[in-house]
Design a binder for this molecule. Structure first.
Ligand SMILES: Nc1nc2c(c(=O)[nH]1)N[C@H]1C(S)=C(S)[C@@H](COP(=O)(O)O)O[C@H]1N2
Ligand SMILES: [Mo]
Length: 572
């Protein structure tokens, strides 16, 4: 007579309840900084799954973004966040399906016996407990303590499971048809008829309620979050007050040097005009690429933050941000940073002005013991890397960086402190640094443990940004098309760039004087116009004449190599 609710209804129920759950978690996060479990689970997986698998996942995502014609550097984090939420939706939908299947099997007697509710509580535990543990393990963004956070997650997931289970019971106890159409006995009292909605009616009401919770919760959270961003502008506020305090105390202003360097024109001695369409020589701060293992940057309070320097040192140190800014001579340097995952011609490479204290100066105050060989660097997000004291000995440009673009580091770029190591890919240069430990022995870095190159020295690369057919011009009866782009070889400089069309001769391009010897170099060549579709290629030579590696290599494990190609159709 009464069919038990089917598994597809279970999937629907699970999906709807999960949407509402996500909205509530989002609201808790936006309102009082409770943990947002989907991001934590994603971050946990990014850390714990095998490196090869994670790389495969990132590769697939990047391929998809490129296929969709989206900027990888701008869209990757959003894509990750969507995946994180999507994972919970899929889990929730599957959970609903599984619960209905299980409850159908379990309930001997037909009707609302509470089997569903019980199964729902079990489901809440099965999904909630791992979520809770992962969140406790990796969360760096919650403002609430572990007890409150745990209670919140436990209650949210138990309620979620219970509601799915309760829905099963309700559906199981409900006639398939609307009660008004056929009540076999015809004697059911009116109030029961009202309570016992038809299945369809129940599902509609559930859909409407969950949709309402989802929309209102998510909307409210979004509003709260925007307001928080506007009011706080947190890192700047923290750091600005730290700097004010310190300026009062020491009368120094480390941003002054940066302000002078950033006064336009930025690169006054450069004479070569970039070809129209070449990327900006200096990356606008908000367009600097961002890569890290966090769905959201870890929250670090700049006023209570300390850099701890310990291990094999005679004088362990605990430095405040103000100490770092005031006690050590500030150094300013234009730097191009590239991710080892940047593909040939990719956009995971950017340039800005870095300001900080020489690591050598800071370490000197801790007085490293002679047994020390390495600096083990640890970060607020669990990321870690190491730096050999040999390298530090050879390169005094290695810098504990607290400013970018003359301002405190943006949250997502490592506030309050990151390191600069010339000639290395980003993976060797931790953001959100919390401690430096001097050690006799090395420890493999976060990405090194996951199969990436131990040294991660930047490969020389050259990129064509533009073949500017629109900007073609005439000189001496010949039409020329400006072609331009960048070349970069870490801290080794660029001595020559060459361009080739359709496999012909390599022709030398002109180089623009770079912002510094640790940034990319903008090049340009005015190419004699030839109508038709062409393939242009570019290659560069390092400062000492070493040619760029021509062999095509994928990004993993040591960074991409090979020449960049650019297809262009030129019309008369
Ligand atoms: N703490 C921490 N530091 C980190 C990372 C990270 O995930 N966590 N990612 C590294 C990688 S792989 C790169 S490419 C650079 C990127 O720096 P950016 O996001 O400021 O451009 O940060 C590096 N430092
Ligand atoms: Mo990276």
């Amino acid at each position: 007579m009464r069919n038990k609710p089917g598994v597809l209804t279970g999937a629907l129920t699970g999906g709807l309840m999960t949407a509402a759950l996500i909205a509530l978690l989002f609201l808790g996060d936006g309102a009082i900084g409770l943990p947002f479990v989907p991001f934590d689970v994603f971050d946990w997986m990014a850390r714990r799954l095998p490196g090869g698998l994670v790389t495969f996942g990132i590769d697939t995502m990047v391929n998809l973004l490129i296929a969709l014609n989206l900027s990888v550097s701008q869209a990757a984090k959003t894509a990750e966040q969507i995946m994180a939420v999507g994972m919970l939706v899929v889990t929730g939908t599957g959970s609903g399906l599984a619960l209905f299947a299980a409850a159908r099997g379990l309930s001997r007697r037909a009707g609302g016996t509470g089997t569903g509710l019980l199964a729902g509580l079990v489901l809440g535990l099965l999904v909630g407990v791992p979520g809770l543990l992962m969140s406790l393990n990796v969360n760096q963004t919650a403002l609430t303590g572990p007890v409150v956070s745990s209670l919140w997650i436990a209650v949210a997931f138990l309620a979620w499971g219970a509601l799915i289970g309760w829905s099963y019971d309700r559906l199981a106890a409900t006639p398939l048809e609307e009660p008004t159409t056929a009540s076999p006995a015809g004697v059911e009292p009116a109030h029961v008829t009202v309570e016992r909605l038809g299945r369809r009616e129940f599902l509609i009401r559930m859909g409407v309620s969950t949709a309402a919770v989802t929309v209102v919760g998510a909307g409210l959270a979004a509003v709260l979050r925007r307001r928080e961003e506007e009011v706080a502008a947190a890192p700047e506020a923290d750091s600005a007050s730290a700097e004010q305090a310190l300026r009062r105390a020491y009368g120094s202003d480390p941003t002054l040097g940066a302000a002078a360097l950033l006064r336009p024109p930025l690169n006054p001695d450069a004479t070569l005009e970039p070809a129209p369409g070449t990327r900006p020589e200096y990356t606008p701060l908000e367009q600097h690429y961002r890569i890290d293992i966090n769905a959201r940057p870890p929250r670090v309070d700049g006023l209570t933050w300390r850099l701890s320097i310990s291990g094999l040192v005679a004088s362990p140190l605990e430095l405040t941000l103000a100490d770092l800014i005031a006690r050590y001579e500030p150094v300013h340097r234009f730097v191009t940073l590239s991710c080892i995952s940047n593909r040939i011609g990719g956009d995971l490479i950017s340039t800005t002005l870095w300001t900080g204290a020489r690591l050598r100066d800071v370490l000197a105050d801790a007085r490293p013991l002679s047994a020390a060989n390495f600096v083990l660097m640890r970060s607020a997000d669990g990321f870690h890397e190491s730096l050999s004291l040999d390298l530090l000995e050879r390169d005094d440009r290695i810098m504990l960086t607290y400013h970018w673009d003359g301002q405190p580091l943006p949250e997502e770029h490592g506030y309050p402190l990151r390191i600069y190591i010339p000639d290395r890919y980003g993976m060797k240069q931790p953001k959100w640094i919390t401690s430096l430990e001097l050690s006799a022995n090395d420890r493999a870095g976060y990405w090194v443990e996951r199969g990436w190159d131990e040294v991660a020295r930047v490969n020389a690369t050259a990129v064509i940004d533009t073949v500017a057919g629109d900007a073609a011009f005439e000189r001496g009866g010949q039409t020329y098309v400006p072609i331009g782009g960048i070349a970069y070889a870490g801290a080794r400089g660029i001595s020559k760039v060459e361009v080739q069309m359709d496999g012909g001769e390599w022709v030398e391009a002109e180089l623009r004087r770079p912002l510094s010897n640790t940034t990319w170099v903008i090049w340009r060549i005015d190419w004699p116009f030839e109508e038709g579709a062409h393939i242009f290629r570019v290659r560069c030579y390092e400062g000492d004449g070493t040619p760029q590696v021509a062999r095509v290599a994928d990004v993993r494990p040591s960074g991409a190599t090979g020449y960049h190609e650019f297809m262009s159709r030129l019309d008369g």
